[in-house]
Design a binder for this molecule. Sequence first.
Ligand code: AMP
Length: 286
Amino acid sequence: MIKTQSTSELIQIIDALKAEGKSIGFTPTMGALHHGHLSLISLCKSENDISICSVFVNPTQFNEKSDLDKYPRDLDKDADLLGTVNNDILYAPSVSGIYPDGLESKVDIPLGNMLSVLEAAHRPGHFEGVLQVVKRLLDIVRPDNLYMGQKDFQQFSLIQKMITHLAMPTQLRVCPIIREANGVAMSSRNQRLSKTGLMQASIIHYVMSYVKQQYALQKPEDLKKWAMDYLKTEWCEPEYFEISDGYSLENVNNREAHDYVVASTAAWIEGVRLIDNMILLHPSKT
Ligand code: AMP
């Protein structure tokens, strides 16, 4: 595997690969890799000649400096894990390699309400930072295919909008959520949970699964209220639980009006903010 921190070196390597007609798949990450990330990279590797993975903890998408400081980092371990799925290139740029003119998080793409609901309502400026970094990474890597996880539903939805709006020559591929045996969605942040916290976190998947099972039978507002009440315990503090249209991310009130529906939540356990989602209704299943 080629490892580089240099943006100019990476651009040269990619230019040469493109000149040879190689297809390029790209998986951006913030490192502290787990099996969720590796599932993206395995798919990327199987669908492209070359798999490029970036590890970059993007400062512009963190709302709180303490969260940025606490974010787990272990590039050597990440490189070892990437080797197990035959990733070809690891790109781990410095902050100035991505933001040569200083940190910037202004986006000029019409995204409507998508930038004010769900995660965006609770993490102001977060997605502006995500869009900024993914745009910069896509400009550098110029991949044929981009791999992202359903785990970050609003994130991939916004990135798809950006790709379409800017007519970028990249296809977005979305991979299912990889979970621990007890249903907890894998996340780099799980490293900060104790064994007990990780067990307790399975309440989120339990609630999601129940809501999915009941979706056709109960009103969305009743299910949302039930979910918030159930999640709220001595050790779990839900921030929101929403049932939204899978395309627009608008609230679902009338079930009949939507053929693609997703439930999403953010909840705090042991001071760690966990997010999860589940598709309640998929267009192909109606
Ligand atoms: P992150 O390093 O958290 O920025 O995540 C990098 C990519 O991995 C994003 O596209 C995430 O949606 C995806 N991802 C994170 N956790 C999972 C998971 N449990 N299953 C599948 N994809 C994931």
